[in-house]
Ligand binder design. Structure first.
Ligand SMILES: Cc1ncnc2c1ncn2[C@@H]1O[C@H](/C=C/CNC(=O)c2cc(-c3ccc(F)cc3)cc(O)c2O)C[C@H]1O
Ligand SMILES: [Mg+2]
Length: 214
């Protein structure tokens, strides 16, 4: 029997990345996925755009939907100011188990809370479970047809405040057309597209940054 791609990514991190060094974990995964086998991490090019938004917003409370192997969780957590938290949701237990180990290897586990389960179940429980009022920044990178329903759910649950920012990966490839139409057409959002490429390829893709206006 063969290992899974996430298991191979974890093995690469454990053998090549410096323990406790988030940057080396990110670079190790990028190297592996660019030269050995492609994987759906936000990657180095779009990751740089995400980094600039995280550094600009300096979120106290951040949410990520779709942890996968933990690549973007490590990338984000390494930029968070002290006593800030990234809550990341992953419903596949195999991916969650790998991500926990990648996050631990990078030494950012004290900044990351990984919740195992579907975002639709957890979003309505966030306030109570985490004593949250709202999220300053949300990174959407899970199933593309969940972007819009989960955004509407976050609005309904009062998890977005005036100025909260949504950052969505893959708005071109694979694409999230209903989400794009919503944030670009709604008077309640100020939306901006950052043109880039699908991770580790020359295919066009991009990130949409949308500010909730309340
Ligand atoms: C609802 C919900 N709740 C919690 N976790 C959820 C969830 N829906 C998915 N997840 C978890 O997020 C992860 C899913 C991410 C989905 N991302 C993708 O499907 C994805 C696909 C591509 C891509 C592009 C071109 C191609 F030719 C092939 C693939 C590129 C990307 O950057 C992606 O994020 C893993 C999954 O278990
Ligand atoms: Mg993605």
């Amino acid at each position: 029997y063969g290992s899974t791609r996430p298991e191979r990514i974890l093995a690469e991190v454990k053998s090549k990345a410096t323990r406790g060094d988030a940057r080396s974990v990110v670079d190790t995964i990028d190297q592996y996925c660019r030269h050995q086998e492609w994987a759906m991490n936000v990657g180095d090019e779009k990751g740089t755009i995400l980094d600039s938004i995280v550094c600009e917003v300096k979120p106290r409370a951040m949410l990520e939907l779709g942890t996968y192997c933990g690549y973007s969780a490590v990338r984000i957590a390494s930029l968070l100011p002290p006593n800030s938290r990234l809550i990341t949701m992953e419903f596949n237990p195999v991916f969650a188990a790998i991500a926990r180990q990648v996050i631990a290897w990078a030494g950012v586990e004290d900044k990351v809370v990984l919740i195992e389960g579907p975002s639709g179940d957890w979003i309505p429980k966030m306030k109570k479970e985490f004593g949250l009022t709202s999220f300053d920044l949300v990174f959407l990178d899970h199933w593309k047809d969940c972007y819009l329903p989960d955004t509407k759910l976050m609005e309904e649950c009062g998890l977005l405040r005036t100025g909260s920012i949504l950052v969505a990966d893959n708005v071109i490839c694979p694409g999230a057309p209903d989400y794009l139409e919503y944030v670009r057409g709604s008077p309640r959002y100020e939306s901006k597209y950052f043109r880039s490429h699908l991770e580790y390829t020359r295919v066009e893709d991009g990130i949409e940054k949308s500010v909730f206006l309340g």
